[in-house]
Ligand binder design. Structure first.
Ligand SMILES: [Zn+2]
Length: 258
């Protein structure tokens, strides 16, 4: 497939992208019911240590970078807390993939790139509504580096995403235009992987979109909740859990992994 110019709106693609984004864009209006549903699902009883990853399973560690922890440009509350949990989980996995948010300077997801806009406001992009963020995770910066205590020597792939200047990419699989693949699905499938376990930052954006796209690509998908932390912008966390549950993403805790 030839990559299209992401800065140029194409009618048919825009229509697809809009429906994707509107389906996925998390608004406060749905938050109350979503929260109730999410909590109910969350309480499903499961004995500790009953899920044993095999050689067809992969741990996906999303965006555990300096930008998303205290001292970074877009800190997620408690973000660094996931580091020791993920390090411990990694011992149970033969296959580990790491992602990095990896933006150009002046990236279109930055509020600073839009006159009159402030961080956490939204704007209309050719592919749908975009939340505008503080400048973060700029390619090659210390801010974009993986957290120094993340110890994953057996990880085999780092996927960098959000590197097209005009398109964001919360998902590790498909950019926010809803069609440009990062190559991760191909990598996992060529290696015979059928099940993914998603961890990292942030639960309600890059983790959720990665998990939803993993389902769309046909992977059995788990999110290990206590190995994630959320931004929770206008009810986004509850809405994300609802969407993930509806898509068949299983919500588990680190203690569920053998
Ligand atoms: Zn980003």
């Amino acid at each position: 497939m030839v990559r299209s110019d992401n800065s140029r709106p194409v009618a048919s693609r825009s229509a697809v992208a809009r429906s994707t984004v509107s389906r996925r864009f998390f608004l406060a209006a749905t938050a109350t019911t979503a929260l109730a549903a999410g909590l109910a699902l969350h309480r499903g009883a499961r004995a500790a240590g009953t899920i044993k990853p095999d050689d067809k399973s992969a741990l996906i560690v999303v965006d555990v970078q300096n930008c998303f922890v205290d001292g970074g440009t877009l800190p997620v509350k408690g973000g660094a807390d996931v580091v020791p949990i993920i390090n411990r989980l990694s011992k149970s996995f033969e296959n580990i993939v790491v992602t990095q948010d990896w933006h150009t300077p002046g990236h279109a997801s930055f509020a600073s790139a839009h006159a009159g806009k402030k961080p956490f406001e939204t704007t209309a992009m050719p592919y749908g509504t975009q939340v505008l963020w503080p400048d973060h995770c700029v390619q090659g910066s210390e801010d974009a580096n993986l957290h120094k205590d993340l110890a994953l020597p057996t990880a085999t792939l780092i996927i960098r995403k959000g590197f097209h200047k005009e398109v964001d990419s919360y998902s590790a699989f498909v950019e926010a235009d809803g069609k440009t693949p990062t190559g991760l699905a191909g990598y996992l499938k060529e290696r015979g992987i059928t099940t993914v376990f998603v961890t990292g930052l942030a639960t309600d954006f890059c983790v959720a979109w990665t998990a939803l796209d993993a389902r769309k690509a046909g992977f059995a998908t788990y999110v290990i909740e206590d190995a994630t932390r959320a931004i929770d912008l206008n009810g986004s966390l509850a809405a994300a859990w609802k969407q993930m549950a509806d898509a068949g993403v299983k919500r588990i805790q680190a203690a569920d992994i053998a």
